[in-house]
Design a protein around this ligand. Structure first.
Ligand SMILES: [Zn+2]
Length: 394
């Protein structure tokens, strides 16, 4: 009886506190769900983005539709538990290991959609065109799983999806010949592209085409208000202006960019040029959009030696309004944050606490489209991830 009363008191107290720390559900605009199985396994020895990619390819070779479904379901549950109500899934593992399509050529993509449905997260499946290993080089090894051979074949496969949640992505200027980019962008709706994540991509592009990757996208008609450029880390001043004038968004992924030693991006410069910024957890070394929000400001501080580029409200906008706009999705939910956790206690319980102190672990309740999709049980999410990841590596 005594315990029951105390429990009730705690719930009332929690409800009172909850009413002061609530934010809209966030949008994770850039995800590769399967990368989550790499967490903690790529942190030994030295290396670069390119050595990490070899480890990622080992993992990509193991995926089956069933494994992919279970892993994505656990990863989307982790996202929801961190206050994320919508995800942009940049999906390129389309075919069987030797490149042969499955009986339903969209089986892998459908596994991702089904995983999102089970969890209750909104999804934009950014079906990714990935045709070449590098400019002018045929796909090799596991990349054969990614390739449809030609953008026309990609478009045919995507048309067969017949699902309004499917959007388009060009993997990068490395992976799609420039003359085929327009075919991908012609799908309509959001178009996402990895852009200038690494200096080597820029060098290869300049060597092959004589211009930067940003300029190639502009010349091929891919830069526009429907476009989201992921990373945009290594840009020239002219690239920044071109992106600003085009109305394209940029998706920064600060925790991945630091994990992969990509470099400090151009958040502040792009914003000054009129570009809207959204956020993604990309490789899922971390799935915590609170950390991504802070990362935007912190990386600008490291780059410039000056504090205070972004207000808490502006950062929250990147994770909410801008992320949904990038995915062409409506905002749809609310997130309750514990304002008296070890992280948030004493911070004032307002938007500053949410943006500059809270972590995904402080999320207590998430409601999307009127449905409670997370009830505060973070331990359950951990168990599901553990089981799904163990199966992938078995
Ligand atoms: Zn990515």
């Amino acid at each position: 009886m005594h315990r029951g009363r105390r429990g009730a008191r705690r719930r009332v107290e929690r409800a009172r506190l909850m009413s002061v720390l609530q934010i809209p559900a966030m949008a994770n605009a850039h995800s590769h769900a399967f990368h989550r199985a790499l967490r903690g396994r790529t942190q030994q020895g030295t290396g670069s983005f390119w050595t990490w990619r070899e480890q990622m390819y080992d993992l990509a070779a193991r995926l089956t539709p069933d494994l992919y479904f279970e892993l994505a379901r656990a990863v989307y549950a982790e996202m929801v538990a961190g206050g994320i109500g919508a995800v942009g899934e940049f999906h390129y593992v389309h075919h069987q290991a030797d490149g042969t399509p499955y009986d339903d050529p969209n089986e892998m993509g459908r596994a991702l959609l089904a995983a999102a449905d089970e969890v209750g997260i909104r999804i934009r499946l950014l079906d990714t065109c990935y045709l070449t290993a590098g400019i002018g080089q045929p796909p090799a090894g596991v990349q054969r799983r990614f390739s449809d051979g030609h953008a026309e074949a990609w478009a045919e496969r995507v048309a067969a999806f017949d699902d309004p949640r499917v959007g388009a992505a060009i993997h990068s200027v490395r992976a799609v010949p420039r003359e085929q980019m327009g075919t991908v962008a012609a799908l309509g709706g959001p178009v996402h592209v990895h852009l200038s994540e690494q200096p080597a991509e820029n060098e290869a592009c300049v060597a092959a085409y004589g211009v930067t990757p940003t300029r190639v996208l502009a010349e091929e008609g891919v830069l526009g208000p429907r476009t989201t450029l992921v990373h945009a880390t290594h840009l020239t001043d002219a690239d920044v202006r071109l992106i600003g004038d085009s109305g394209a968004q940029v998706c920064l992924c600060p925790t991945t960019e630091r994990d992969l030693a990509d470099g400090l991006g151009h958040g502040g410069d792009l914003r000054a040029a009129g570009t809207r910024i959204c956020l993604g957890s990309d490789s899922h070394a971390v799935v915590d959009l609170f950390e991504e929000m802070r990362g935007v400001e912190m990386h600008d501080r490291l780059r410039t030696g000056v504090r205070g580029h972004w207000s808490a409200a502006a950062l929250l906008e990147t994770a909410t309004v801008n992320g949904h706009a990038s995915l062409g999705l409506q905002e749809s939910g609310v997130v309750m944050i514990d304002p008296a956790s070890p992280r948030t206690a004493g911070t004032g319980g307002d938007v500053h606490a949410a943006v500059f102190a809270a972590t995904a672990a402080d999320v207590t309740d998430v409601v999307i489209d009127g449905r409670t999709v997370f009830d505060g049980d973070h331990a359950r999410v951990g168990r599901e991830l553990e089981a799904a990841i163990e199966k992938v590596w078995a």
